[in-house]
Design a protein. Structure first.
Length: 334
């Protein structure tokens, strides 16, 4: 494409972009938000479950943590609690699971930072949504069964997913360009993204690319709103260089969508090119990061809220994606 020469302008501009970035800025959370009381405690269930040895000890755990047993372990699907306990004992005795638990213990010996970050995130959600009820929050070693499980009652964080990228234990069914995002710094933003779906009233019935990019744009905007001091790269899962390059090429990215009349396409294959997980957005450039449609949606949603002085609640409740796009007044930054 004429505006994305394959000599990788994408990479060459990074030094100039970095030179223009503001330095020395500090982020501070509003005192009014910090003063909000939240009833929250992080419970390390991996410790309790791997320390249990007998049937009675497991039965006590199921009784002491009924939401976890019902919602996450789905005890009601078993003919009896004893049947579930048999499976749990087998897991505890599996040599690889024991080794995985030991590695999680080493790498996540102290979760005080995680607990504090979650607490601040919950304070922000309560600030915007006073009726919000914080679920029971547990960490667990899932055997790479689930990274984040969330419903109205329970949040379960699979710590095994967040071992270092170079660790010998990695999620077996994910490509490396995705597992690189499963690091400590991305954990709380991933949790916040999961919570965003509870408030995101986006009409997906049109089945077009615009609906998809607005949905994700609202999710990222919500995440940034409750984690205002979190760098953008940890929210969208890009590197800092990729974020910088996206803003540098914003006008060219937008031109690609306009010139190819993409916003209202309903072709699922076209939509996946710009929304789906991929190491790069090849339709634009092999140097462009994947999921560029989501990044573009984030910018459109930002403009919609701030150009119209809407509250976060008003933004998240608006379901009309075309209205959001029209009233955003979105234009690439120059």
């Amino acid at each position: 494409m004429k505006y994305f020469r394959r000599i990788s302008i994408w990479i060459l501009v990074l030094l100039m972009t970095k030179a223009c970035q503001k330095k020395g800025q500090e982020c501070a959370v509003d005192d009014e938000i910090l003063a909000i009381e939240v009833d929250f405690q992080l419970v390390r269930l991996e410790d309790k479950f791997f320390q249990a040895k007998t049937e009675d000890e497991f039965l006590n755990l199921l009784d002491n943590y009924p939401e976890f047993a019902k919602n996450y372990l789905q005890v009601d699907l078993y003919s009896s609690k004893e049947e579930l306990i048999e499976e749990l004992i087998m897991v505890n005795q599996d040599s690889l699971m024991m080794e995985l638990f030991d590695e999680v213990q080493k790498y996540f010996s102290d979760l005080s930072d995680l607990e504090e970050q979650l607490k601040v995130a919950f304070k922000h959600i309560k600030y915007y949504y006073p009726e919000f009820r914080i679920p029971k929050v547990y960490t667990f070693v899932t055997g790479f069964g689930s990274d984040i499980y969330l419903d109205k009652e329970v949040l379960v964080i699979g710590l095994d997913y967040y071992l270092p990228f170079e660790h010998r234990f990695q999620p077996p069914d994910l490509p490396q360009y995705i597992t690189k995002r499963y690091q400590k710094d991305y954990l709380v933003p991933m949790v916040a993204m999961a919570f965003s779906s509870q408030f995101n009233r986006t009409n997906m019935g049109q089945n077009n690319l615009l609906a998809e990019i607005i949905y994700y744009g609202k999710a990222y905007h919500f995440t940034k709103s409750i984690l205002p001091c979190t760098p953008d790269e940890f929210i969208i899962g890009y590197t800092s260089d990729e974020v910088a390059a996206c803003f540098t090429h914003e006008e060219l990215i937008w031109s690609h969508f306009v010139e190819n009349d993409l916003l209202f396409t309903t072709n699922p294959f076209e939509i996946r090119k710009y929304i789906g997980e991929a190491p790069f957005t090849d339709a634009i450039s092999p140097d462009a990061p994947g999921r560029l449609g989501r990044w573009l949606g984030w910018n459109i949603v930002d403009d919609y809220r701030f150009n119209n002085n809407f509250s976060l609640q008003e933004l998240m409740m608006e379901s009309d994606t075309e209205k959001i796009f029209r009233q955003s007044g979105y234009k690439p930054r120059r």
